[in-house]
Design a protein around this ligand. Structure first.
Ligand SMILES: [Zn+2]
Ligand SMILES: [Zn+2]
Ligand SMILES: [Zn+2]
Ligand SMILES: [Zn+2]
Length: 144
């Protein structure tokens, strides 16, 4: 009996199940395309999160077997998780470091409830950012 083959929803070639992942109720994606879609999603904000269709966001855990370390950047997992967290953070709470060379997403756990206002803190730049207006705190109690 021949092995059942699945059509990759990106390159439309056929693969055995072992060479890809069923990514949603309707789609199968081959390992090579999955890696490419994941890599593109981090490079291009419009392509984030990685997905096969609007109904399904891909989570790294689903693709562990195709996301081998030699196929993705070594920071891939942490970057993707962080990006996913930002993606699901309500706009009002989405805060980024104001240092243009850093501009990292400041996660909820960096927020400090101070006497001032809620501030997010970037420990790499030692910068406090106002969660309300996204400006940097110049000194305690005062910001631009
Ligand atoms: Zn493919
Ligand atoms: Zn799909
Ligand atoms: Zn920073
Ligand atoms: Zn403010």
């Amino acid at each position: 009996m021949a092995e059942v083959e699945y059509e990759c929803c990106v390159c439309f070639e056929d693969f055995p199940l072992s060479q890809g992942t069923i990514c949603c109720w309707e789609h199968f994606v081959c390992g090579g395309c999955a890696v490419e879609v994941f890599n593109r999603s981090l490079k291009n904000i419009n392509e984030f999160p990685a997905s096969c269709c609007t109904a399904k966001e891909w989570h790294v855990g689903q693709f562990e077997d195709v996301l081998q370390d030699d196929r993705v950047d070594k920071n891939f997992r942490s970057e993707y998780h962080l990006r996913m967290e930002a993606h699901h953070t309500p706009l009002a709470l989405k805060t980024y470091c104001t240092n243009p060379e850093c501009s990292r997403f400041l996660r909820r756990e960096t927020f400090r409830e101070g006497p001032d206002y809620s501030a997010a803190y970037c420990k790499d730049c030692n910068i406090k950012v106002c969660v309300g207006c996204k400006a940097e705190f110049e000194r305690p109690g005062k910001h631009i």
